[in-house]
Design a protein. Structure first.
Length: 425
């Protein structure tokens, strides 16, 4: 974590404000501006935690804030402790402690035992822009709360950011969901993570999700979710990579060749200026012909196909993961338009249209044909061509990218049925 102090702005300040607010210190809006209110909250937090009240967020302060970023704390059992007394101390529930620690007999805990204590708020953040560091923190928090979740790396981005997949389930049927191939469509990342957290909770507590028994879905399927395919691009759009950074300046130079596209908010590509959803070997040459005719002949904010299919590390990693998992069905999340795309050329995977109609019914979205000029080299196209199995692109929400966070809750309500339909077969 980088050191931040009064007057700073950006993604690290948003994380500071998030942690302080969750800890009960009123830092105000998570606007990324380190002003007087944030400074006052930070000094109060430092005083209460035995830290130097210097108003600077360095290593020790970040360490103290860490539980409020990942959503759990660590407790060493002392003589006289019970799960009930520990839960009261942290304002949480006995059941959440049982789940996080896979406790068989809640009446027996040993002095000196280390317990994970889920804190009384959701792990997934819904009120600030996302970046790769936030996603890593969220996945760590979910893994701690729900130990039946597996999180692992499966590759790296151009800038060396680890690509992560989260897996949950006991079933032989493998299902793959992914989000944020396109940088300025980053709102699909919290959308997917909201479902993941709700699904994990429903499994752990024996509840339904979207009207379906979550435990039954867990037993029939194994869900693999890649919540952030394009971490470098998302970090550029949301400000985690800022002015003065060499990658930022490189991207700005590439964007200068496309002056009609706003920078950085119009950026869809990876940090090298390659559109990752035009990087798969499914009619790639036709995608290149179309995009070159449209004027996208060099790296830039969007629609440049790159030098060859699977040439970008993010594309290669996604293809390798897909081949490894042998998905029965995939969903790739994009924005916007409220449409569901299910076809590629004349391929007709068994059940694909039927499932697509169920997704449309559940969401109110339109099951649509892909416009010809957008019909090639996407992840969904490659999956259908490779496996002849159902694959979908969901264009969630409506408006102009990047969609505002004010749409997130409605998008989740619309898409919950889609998430469940992918598993309920």
């Amino acid at each position: 974590m980088q050191t931040v102090r009064y007057g700073d702005k950006g993604a690290a300040v948003r994380l500071l404000q998030l942690g302080l607010n969750r800890a009960g210190y009123n830092a105000g809006d998570t606007d990324g501006i380190f002003g007087r209110r944030t400074l006052s909250a930070l000094k109060n937090f430092q005083a209460d935690n035995g830290l130097s009240q210097d108003g600077i967020t360095g290593r020790l302060t970040w360490t103290a804030l860490f539980p409020y970023l990942v959503g759990y704390d660590i407790h060493i059992v002392r003589a006289g402790d019970t799960l009930s007394s520990i839960a009261r101390r942290y304002n949480t529930t006995v059941q959440s402690i049982i789940v996080a620690n896979d406790i068989f007999n809640p009446d027996v805990i040993d002095v000196g035992e280390t317990l994970i204590i889920p804190l009384p708020f959701p792990v997934v953040v819904t009120d600030l822009p996302y970046n790769s560091q936030l996603v890593t923190l969220i996945l760590e928090g979910l893994k701690a709360r729900y130990p039946f979740l597996s999180v692992r790396g499966f590759g790296s981005s151009v800038m060396g950011r680890e690509l992560l997949t989260a897996s949950v389930g006991e079933g032989e049927r493998q299902v793959g969901y992914n989000a944020s191939h396109h940088a300025n469509e980053w709102i699909t990342t919290p959308l997917n993570l909201m479902f993941l957290e709700d699904y994990l909770r429903a499994i752990a507590y024996g509840e339904q999700i979207g009207g379906v028994n979550a435990r039954e879905l867990f037993e029939r399927n194994t869900l693999h979710m890649v919540p952030l395919v394009n971490p470098d691009g998302v970090d550029l759009v949301t400000g985690a990579i800022g002015e003065g950074d060499s990658f930022y300046e490189q991207a700005r130079a590439l964007a200068s060749y496309y002056p009609s596209i706003p920078f950085p908010l119009g950026w869809k590509a990876n940090i090298r200026g390659v559109d990752l959803n035009l990087g798969y070997p499914a009619g790639w040459e036709e995608a290149k012909r179309i995009k070159f005719l449209q004027g996208y002949t060099r790296p830039g904010p969007r629609d440049y196909v790159g030098v060859a299919p699977l040439a970008e590390p993010e594309n290669q990693a996604m293809a390798n993961l897909t081949l490894e998992q042998d998905y029965a069905l995939t969903i790739a999340y994009h924005t916007q338009g409220g449409e569901i795309y299910w076809q590629f050329l004349d391929y007709n995977p068994e059940g694909a249209e039927r499932i697509g109609k169920e997704m449309a019914r559940a969401s109110g979205y339109v099951l649509a044909e892909v416009p010809y000029n957008s019909s090639f080299a996407g992840y969904k196209d490659w999956f259908i061509q490779t496996y002849v199995r159902p694959g979908y692109t969901i264009e969630a929400g409506r408006g102009e990218n990047p969609l505002p966070l004010s749409q997130l809750m409605q998008m989740y309500r619309d898409n919950l049925g889609i998430f469940v339909a992918g598993l309920n077969l």
